[in-house]
Design a protein around this ligand. Structure first.
Ligand code: BMA
Length: 393
């Protein structure tokens, strides 16, 4: 389906269901039934919030996963007895033809974990620290590649080839349930933190207009190629948002409501980021204010919201989970409208990067506090996740 026709369908779907612009349809009218159900059920969580952990099943601070094993392991389960409700994956390096992603996880293992997570009723999200399709440089390049990758650019075909490599991974995410093949729904979050200047698609290395062209092309291409299991998440970085002028600053690089399903943001900044000089109290106030504004904006657009990535690196606050994370997320009816909050990975200690972890693990000093977070009736883990892939009738 071409772009204009799709847009007409999206608008049509909005109007036919609600008579207004707030019916909350996915941007892809051909989404699979399970994908549509997931989107509706994310919204239906109301004031409950799912906990997510990046690379949860791939490895933990002190272990490395077995891709083909039936039983999944996770640091979160070692601490609480339950896996997280959301599993985060990053397909960085996928276009290079490597067997493993940028953090050493085999793509085949990721595929196994994602399918196993789906079969247990959990939710999967994929981000992409994409290498440059022009010269293979990693994401943190300070080079202006985007203009040459978007339609009309001289390396546009390279972008298509990278998207094709994602498509072949995405198409491996199919399982058979009761004799029926089901495509695992994925919350797909490309081109993230674009309002920062650390990635080559970020501010300073590309214009807003070219970033929007990049986003639009990515979405149109994947939808045209019938990747009907994707829910598209947009996620600027909190550190570059102006909380006082939230809507305008959030929508820097926003391609429009018919190109985005999830209004997310990544937030390390208000949670004790080393460069943030505000007091804990002030940071916490900004965390709450930002979440309220994020969920208000999502509500206005009829979309789902999420804390798509974040946490406190090296969790130096032993009461981080209750006094900062939960205290902000469950501060009020607005903040708790986010559907999930995902913390970043627990780097395997043997691989260096000491202290690069964001979730608890056994004997880690916030582990007890995390148990209290898990016991909070408003948090959702895999052991108490509601049905996410069917609609209640
Ligand atoms: C970053 C860090 C890196 C990692 C990348 C992709 O934030 O964790 O070490 O390679 O994410 O997972």
């Amino acid at each position: 389906m071409n772009r204009l026709l799709r847009r007409a369908c999206v608008v049509g779907a909005f109007i036919s269901v609600s008579g207004g612009l707030h019916a909350g349809q996915l941007i892809n009218p051909n989404s699979t039934p399970e994908t549509k159900a997931l989107y509706t059920n994310l919204k239906a969580l109301g004031e409950k919030v799912m906990f997510g952990h990046e690379d949860a099943f791939a490895y933990g601070a002190k272990w490395w996963g077995q891709g083909d094993s039936e039983a999944l392991n996770s640091d979160v389960k070692l601490v609480t007895g339950s896996h997280p409700a959301v599993f985060g994956v990053d397909v960085g390096a996928i276009g290079l033809g490597n067997e493993k992603n940028l953090d050493g996880v085999k793509f085949d293992d990721y595929s196994h974990y994602i399918k196993a997570m789906f079969q247990k009723g959990g939710v999967n999200t994929i981000s992409w620290h994409i290498y440059s399709p022009i010269d293979g440089h990693h994401s943190w390049a300070k080079t202006s590649y985007v203009e040459e990758l978007i339609p009309g650019g001289k390396h546009h075909d390279n972008l298509k080839a990278y998207l094709d490599s994602y498509i072949s991974f995405n198409e491996s995410l199919k399982v058979t349930v009761d004799g029926q093949e089901i495509w695992v729904p994925i919350i797909f979050r490309p081109w993230h933190e674009h309002n920062g200047d650390w990635f080559w698609w970020g501010k300073g290395h590309t214009s807003e207009q070219d970033y929007i062209a990049l986003w639009k092309f990515t979405v149109d291409y994947l939808i045209d190629k019938k990747q009907n299991n994707l829910i598209f998440a947009f996620s600027p970085d909190r550190s570059r948002l102006d909380i006082e002028d939230f809507e305008a600053s959030y929508q820097y690089g926003y391609a429009g409501d018919d190109y985005v399903d999830i209004i997310g943001y990544d937030n390390y900044w208000d949670l004790g980021h080393k460069a943030n000089e505000l007091s804990i109290k002030e940071q916490q106030a900004m965390f709450i204010d930002g979440l309220e504004k994020l969920t208000d904006l999502a509500e206005k657009k009829g979309k789902v919201s999420a804390l798509s990535e974040g946490g406190q690196e090296g969790i130096f606050d032993s009461k981080f989970w209750t006094e900062r994370f939960a205290a902000g997320i469950f501060a009020n009816e607005k903040t708790s409208r986010i559907s999930y909050a995902l913390v970043w990975r627990n780097n395997n200690e043997k691989l260096g990067k000491k202290g690069h972890y964001f979730g608890p693990y056994p004997e880690e000093h916030s582990a007890n506090d995390f148990k209290a977070f898990h016991a909070n009736p408003s948090t959702v883990f895999l052991n108490d996740i509601p049905e996410m892939y069917k609609l209640e009738h």
